[in-house]
Design a protein around this ligand. Structure first.
Ligand code: ATP
Ligand code: MG
Length: 306
């Protein structure tokens, strides 16, 4: 048993809500949302992960079968279903999920003619905000109405940026959208941080991109960067977050460090260490998975100098 969080979020009513947004595809939004949610729940926080991407990758990354779902975030956005009826347990202590499903793709169009179309997610989440300490929203790779709903419902935005050529392309457009939402819908919206993902210490490009982004966001960039790691890419196919799939791996260590840095930035107490018994279980699972995959570790990372 992991202890309940020792210290409540002082002087605050309701969860702090953080959208993971970048309209560029495949930059690590879902991996970051899932890894941070699982790490922080294991560390004692009550977390809700909101999968608002029609691809439903956060839902399946947690090992949840999309076809078995009775209700999804679609029913909240387009219907009037209450969030507490949609939120499902994930098999992890303190972590719940508002799951997504493919029909959400239609919501982008259906929302256009609806009243309060930008704030439907916010209204839905308001009803359950007090049940959680932190809410993470995994956005789709677009700046349409779904992402606008996520930004309107959030206190903060976390922007994952992949360490690749033209990494900053499109970031200006994202900032413009955040500014628009701030001016018209959500005056206190701010960027909590920019997270560099898929860093490959063997290439000059990765370091160059980190430097470039650091010049652009000197205050906002997270100290920790996420390494490119085969283990991180494998974990979702086992329905596990990296800290469950391979706790000691570089990716897991990095995401735990980002979770700690995030708490620091939010002025929240540090995580409670995951109990040893829990780690044993995860190591066993990781061991079995590695044996099945015919790999003993993070082969891709060997020799990486990050
Ligand atoms: P989308 O825009 O399609 O929603 P995304 O921004 O959510 O994508 P992810 O799904 O998290 O990005 O990551 C894209 C792909 O890269 C996935 O297959 C994921 O497993 C893999 N991946 C994510 N982070 C890493 C990493 N640090 N190292 C290696 N692979 C990674
Ligand atoms: Mg995604």
């Amino acid at each position: 048993m992991i202890r309940e969080r020792a210290r409540p979020v002082a002087g605050r009513r309701g969860a702090i809500t953080i959208a993971l947004a970048n309209q560029k595809g495949g930059v690590g939004k879902t991996t970051s949302a899932v890894s941070l949610s699982v790490a922080l729940a294991a560390g004692g926080y009550r977390v809700l992960l909101v999968d608002i991407d029609p691809q439903g990758n956060a839902t399946s990354s947690l090992g949840i079968e999309k076809t078995d779902l009775e209700r999804t975030i679609y029913d909240l956005l387009v219907g009037d279903a209450a969030a507490d009826l949609i939120a499902i347990p994930t098999g992890r202590e303190r972590l719940k999920l508002l799951p997504s499903a493919p029909e959400l793709a239609g919501a982008e169009v259906e929302l256009v003619s609806m009243s309060a179309r930008e704030s439907r997610l916010k209204s839905g989440l308001d009803a359950i905000r007090n049940d959680f300490d932190l809410i993470f929203i995994d956005c789709p790779p677009s700046l349409g109405l779904i992402t606008v709903n996520a930004l309107t419902a959030s206190d903060l935005v976390l922007v994952p940026i992949q360490c690749e050529f033209l990494a900053l392309e499109g970031v200006g457009q994202l900032i413009t959208t955040i500014d628009l939402v701030r001016r018209q819908l959500n005056p206190s919206l701010d960027i909590i941080g920019v997270l560099m993902t898929m860093y490959d210490g063997r290439t000059r490009l990765s370091q160059h991109v980190v430097n470039e982004v650091r010049n652009y966001f000197p205050e906002r960039i997270f100290r920790e960067v996420i390494p490119r790691s085969v283990r991180l890419a494998e974990a979702p196919s086992y329905g596990q977050a990296i800290i469950e799939y391979d706790g000691p791996s570089r990716g897991a260590v990095a995401y735990r460090a980002v979770a700690a840095e995030l708490l620091e930035r939010l002025g929240l107490p540090p995580m409670i260490p995951v109990q040893a018994a829990n780690e044993d279980r995860n190591q066993n699972i990781a061991g079995l998975a590695a044996a099945a995959a015919g790999t003993g570790g993070d082969a891709f990372q060997e020799g990486a100098a990050q």
